[in-house]
Design a protein around this ligand. Structure first.
Ligand SMILES: NC(=O)c1ccc[n+]([C@@H]2O[C@H](COP(=O)([O-])OP(=O)(O)OC[C@H]3O[C@@H](n4cnc5c(N)ncnc54)[C@H](OP(=O)(O)O)[C@@H]3O)[C@@H](O)[C@H]2O)c1
Length: 334
């Protein structure tokens, strides 16, 4: 996954107390798996005992626990419908979570913090691949602008705390993620888990065709969540700067080819019917991940391998009944 950079590591995690905020989520749980390979103490707290929207709870926890490094993988996430129906919750929860964690990290002398945003912070009509310099150069995608505005505020907080207080706070913008722990609920899921659940269902029921939204031509980039966790840990160790880093696989695929690959993996041999009455979205969306690649990191899981592994996870956790619409253990993200 990464080349021999350890000699130039800026911030080794070894021996440090490391808090993963949001450790039960798709990204947070992958981070905990990845950090188990570092010689560090992993700190976690569930929402039941620590509501990150509460400044008092966050302050008290930080005061008592004193992490030295923090990954902010906690967020209120959801798809188009959730963003549309709960705009206030998306703005409020995310602003509070990031402001509380970042301010408490400053107050209690956290040495390094990594804030996670997403590629939806970039303008809807960004150049492709999307460079970090595209930030705030145009209008956002309206379907998730509440979420995106809060995430932009989070990365700006990191920049502001770096400038005003000298805090080593960085931010990272991953591309679309998929993998074990994903949400397979068709009401909320992203394209990869949705297609896996639908193709599985189509095979189990012997359906003659599988409907896929849009023309199948848009190009998208996907990153396995374990690769993402590896890239996030790598960035924590090797990057210190104000500019947000993009995190991508660099591997693009059309939605049509993705659907064909998933049908093959799930064993569905019926017809794929592209529903062109449904919107395609932007023709191409891929982040420019060169900055992280130049530092020495790149993804190592091919899409086909990652999809096979994710389908196995789905079968073990959500697909046994043969029904779709079964939630994975958690998460929804838009
Ligand atoms: N998934 C992707 O495709 C993707 C792509 C790019 C970027 N990202 C970024 O990665 C980050 C994590 O996303 P994810 O997909 O891992 O989301 P997720 O699966 O929904 O996990 C979010 C986590 O945040 C926790 N959380 C939310 N509100 C909280 C609160 N008030 N107090 C305490 N904990 C709270 C949740 O706790 P509970 O377990 O208690 O609900 C959960 O553990 C987000 O910033 C997202 O933008 C994700």
């Amino acid at each position: 996954m990464h080349t021999a950079m350890s000699e130039t590591m800026l911030f080794p995690l070894s021996g440090r107390r490391v808090w993963v905020a949001g450790h039960r989520g798709l990204v947070g749980s992958a981070l905990v798996r990845r950090l188990a390979r570092e010689d560090c103490e992993i700190l976690t707290a569930g929402r039941d005992s620590l509501d990150l929207r509460s400044p008092d709870q966050v302050d008290l926890w930080m005061k008592n626990v004193r992490p030295e490094a923090v990954f902010v993988a906690a967020a209120k996430v959801g798809g188009i419908h959730a963003n549309d129906t709960q705009p206030a919750t998306f703005l409020y929860d995310n602003l509070m979570i990031e402001a509380n964690v970042i301010e408490a990290a400053r107050r209690y002398g956290v040495e390094k913090l990594l804030f996670l945003g997403s590629s939806c912070i970039y303008p809807r009509l960004s150049p492709q691949p999307i460079p970090a310099s595209a930030l705030l150069t145009g209008a956002l995608e309206p379907t998730n602008e509440w979420y995106a505005i809060a995430k932009i505020a989070g990365l700006k907080l990191c920049q502001a705390y770096r400038r005003q207080y000298g805090c080593d706070f960085i931010s990272l913008m991953p591309t679309n993620l998929y993998g074990p722990g994903d949400n397979f609920d068709l009401q909320q899921s992203h394209v990869v888990p949705a297609l896996i659940a639908k193709a599985h269902q189509a095979r189990v029921t012997g359906a003659v065709s599988l409907s896929v939204w849009g023309s199948g031509t848009p190009l998208r980039e996907f990153l396995h969540v374990d690769d993402a966790a590896d890239g996030i840990v790598f960035a924590m160790q090797h990057y210190s700067g104000e500019t947000p880093l993009n995190l991508g696989s660099g591997e693009e695929i059309s939605i049509g080819d993705l659907a064909r690959m998933i049908c093959h993996i799930t064993g569905y041999s019926g017809r794929i019917a592209f529903d062109i009455t449904k919107p395609d979205g932007t023709p191409r969306k891929v982040v420019d991940g060169n900055a992280l690649r130049t530092l020495g990191w790149q993804a190592s899981t091919s899409l086909e391998t990652g999809l096979r592994q994710t389908y196995r996870w789905y079968l073990d956790h959500a697909g046994l009944s043969g029904h779709t619409g079964t939630s994975g253990p958690r998460r929804a993200y838009g």
